[in-house]
Each structure stands twice: as structure tokens, then as C-alpha cells.
Design a protein around this ligand. Structure first.
Ligand code: GTA
Length: 338
């Protein structure tokens, strides 16, 4: 069995480089506009210089991350609203020897057999992962804002009468998904593709994974079919697609990363943020955001539920959390469902 704790990845596939290219981009309000933007790799050097912080939306000293709302200070998006997420990256076992050799140590305190130090590693061993969403819509800003959560019980009827009309009008653009499927973005990051239009999918590293180590391995499988919004649309006719994603996805991860299927958590979100069917693959032991029981549905359970009842996800009451200021929560409240 692969020891994911100890392994780091050889190549740094996580950085974007290469020739400048034009991407299609969504405006985040559900209407897929196409407007050209520069490849982020080309502007990376200076794009955060002059970033103006408006608000710290969330921070966690335990998770070592901070979510900031601000305005870009320079570059093509100067003055635009942005969400900036900064996270300290996990330690890599393969760089420990270099870390010990090259870091400067300053004694903080010593007491008997106990001592603590400030350690100053060289820049290349002291990464911070930065994620930028720009231009960020109001909805993006709300998504990352720390908020009270409420658990919703949505019946099949609630879905058809309240949730579906809401997501048809209000959901995030899935242009980034189409960019991946059409090889306009992240083509060099694809780990596996089955091009079949019905049962095929693209498997690639998730946004949140920097691919430097396996401790937080995170990939997503995005299906080629465009009409399946979420779990709610699935029936028995989608079993070949789901089984294909499960089997070929797990095999591809074993082949590329030597992580076997018994070390993977394979699941769908309900509600997802992006209404184009996709499946999350994370390594067991990594508490990925959204892997809790109130939001994650194991793919193997989904397959079995559909085998038992083709209407399972159309008729069952599904439970999920919504943030206090989520417009869907207000709609459910107006309808007396919450
Ligand atoms: N490869 O362009 C992309 C891309 N985008 C825009 C999203 N994803 C992408 N992957 C690639 N390229 O896992 C990934 C997301 C997510 C999946 C969509 O697609 O990283 P989902 O539709 O179920 O939406 O999945 P989900 O899970 O709500 O989205 P997301 O962004 O993960 O947010 C969930 C919560 O996790 C947030 O509210 C926030 O609390 C937290 N979160 C988000 N990003 C981070 C982060 N970088 N670090 C820590 N916590 C985070």
C-alpha cells in the first residue's frame, strides 16, 4: 500500500507557465460570457503588488489560511474586486534535510529540556499557496465569508419548485469547466481522459491541490455530458457514467500517484457550487473542505442507491447546509420550508 504520508511528488505540475494564451472566462452570474484574459502565469510576478485589502473574511490559525476580500492594485484587473486565499503549504519529507541544513534558527526560549525557536527557511522552502478569484462577484465574496450555517431538508418537490428555478437563474458560471473540457485551460494538467461523449470524463488536479505532496491529494473528474447539473439529475441511466468515473478514475490515480482505491474518498457534493456534474477524489486522512457528512455523498453509495431505485435522487429528501445570507435559504424560508 502506498504511504501517502511520506511521499512527495517529483514534478511541480502545479505552476502555470508557457506561452500567453487567451481563455474564455465566465462572469460568475450564471451567464457564460466569453472575454479574453491573459494567462495568469504571465502576470504572476507582480499581480499582488498593491493589492488593497478591504476585509479579512475568514482566517484560521489552525488551518494556517486567510481569506481576503480586496481590490487588485495593478495589472489588467486593476481596481477590480478580488478574493485572495493564502495558505501555508504542508511540509514535504523530501525537503527536510535541506530545511535543516539551510534554515536560520533563533532561540525563542529554553527551559530545562524544552526549547522553542523561530526558524527562517530559504524562500524556496517557505511557500505560500495563493488562490485569486478576480473579478470576484458578490456571490464569490459571500461564498468565502465566514458565516453561520443552517441545515436544510430539501424534498424532491422543494428541489423542483424552489431550488431548480433558483440555480437556473443564480448559479456560478461553469465557463472554467468548459475551458477544461475544451482544452482551453489546464490542458497540461490532465491526468486522465476518457473522451466518450456519454460516459467519458476528464480527471485533473483540483484547484486546491498544489501537487507537491500526497497528504492532501485532491483531483476532480468532470464529465463530458453537459446536461447533468447535480446529484438530483441522476437516474439509473447514468450508472455506466458513474461506474466509469469510479473505476477509471481510481485506476488513473493508482497509476500516476500509486494511491490505491482503498485510500481514496470518492464523492459528490450536494449542493455543489458548480452545476456541472463532477466527482471529488481526495485521499483518506485529508479533511478537504466540504468532505463532511452534511455535504459529501460517496460515489459508491450513489451507485448503489440508483441500482436500488432509479428515482432515488429525484424523490428523496436531501439534507445540506446553507449559509445565513444564501439567497436560496431566503427562498426556502419564504416558502415556509425552513
Ligand atoms: N482544477 O478553475 C478550476 C477550479 N475551480 C474554479 C473550482 N475548482 C477548480 N478546479 C480546477 N480548476 O473542489 C474545484 C474546487 C472544488 C470543485 C468544485 O472544483 O476547488 P463543488 O462544485 O462541489 O464546489 O466543487 P465547492 O466544493 O463548494 O467549491 P469550493 O471552491 O471547494 O468551496 C467550498 C468551500 O471550501 C468554500 O466555501 C470554502 O469554505 C472552502 N475553500 C474553498 N477554497 C479553499 C481553499 N483554497 N482553501 C481552503 N478552503 C477553501
Amino acid at each position: 500500500m502506498a504511504d501517502t504520508k511520506k511521499r512527495s511528488l517529483d514534478s511541480d505540475n502545479g505552476t502555470e507557465s508557457g506561452p500567453e494564451k487567451k481563455l474564455a472566462t465566465g462572469d460568475g452570474d450564471g451567464k457564460n460570457t466569453k472575454k479574453p484574459v491573459a494567462d495568469p502565469g504571465s502576470e504572476a510576478g507582480s499581480m499582488l503588488a498593491g493589492f488593497q485589502t478591504e476585509k479579512i473574511m475568514r482566517e484560521s490559525s489552525r488551518e494556517k489560511n486567510i481569506f481576503i476580500h480586496g481590490k487588485m492594485g495593478s495589472g489588467p484587473n486593476e481596481g477590480q474586486d478580488a478574493v485572495l486565499i493564502l495558505e501555508k503549504t504542508p511540509f514535504r519529507e523530501d525537503s527536510l534535510a535541506e530545511l535543516f541544513k539551510t534554515s536560520e534558527l533563533k532561540l525563542q526560549m529554553r527551559n530545562d529540556i524544552y526549547s522553542t525557536y523561530h526558524m527562517h527557511p530559504p524562500a524556496h522552502l517557505n511557500d505560500i499557496k495563493a488562490t485569486v478569484v478576480c473579478p470576484a462577484t458578490e456571490k464569490h465574496i459571500k461564498k468565502y465569508q465566514s458565516q453561520e450555517l443552517f441545515l436544510i431538508q430539501e424534498s424532491g418537490e422543494d428541489y423542483r419548485n424552489i431550488t431548480l428555478p433558483y440555480i437556473q437563474e443564480q448559479s456560478f458560471s461553469v465557463q472554467w469547466v468548459y475551458n477544461i473540457l475544451e482544452k482551453k485551460a489546464e490542458a497540461d494538467r490532465i491526468v486522465f481522459e476518457d473522451p466518450d461523449p456519454q460516459n467519458g470524463f476528464v480527471l485533473l488536479p483540483d484547484f486546491k491541490w498544489d501537487q507537491k505532496q500526497l497528504d492532501d491529494l485532491y483531483l476532480i473528474a468532470i464529465c463530458h455530458q453537459r446536461e447533468i447539473k447535480s446529484l438530483r439529475d441522476l437516474t439509473r441511466e447514468h450508472l455506466p457514467l458513474l461506474q466509469n468515473i469510479q473505476q477509471q478514475g481510481q485506476e488513473a490515480i493508482m497509476k500516476r500517484y500509486s494511491v490505491p482505491s482503498c485510500r481514496l474518498r470518492v464523492y459528490l457534493h450536494y449542493q455543489p457550487s458548480y452545476y456541472h456534474l463532477h466527482v471529488h477524489f481526495t485521499v483518506l486522512g485529508y479533511e478537504a473542505p466540504g468532505c463532511g457528512v452534511e455535504r459529501a455523498h460517496l460515489l459508491s453509495d450513489v451507485i448503489q442507491n440508483l441500482q436500488t431505485d432509479t428515482q432515488h435522487y429525484r424523490t428523496r429528501t436531501l439534507t445540506y447546509p446553507l449559509r445565513a445570507d444564501d439567497a436560496l435559504l431566503h427562498k426556502l424560508r419564504e416558502a415556509g420550508r425552513f
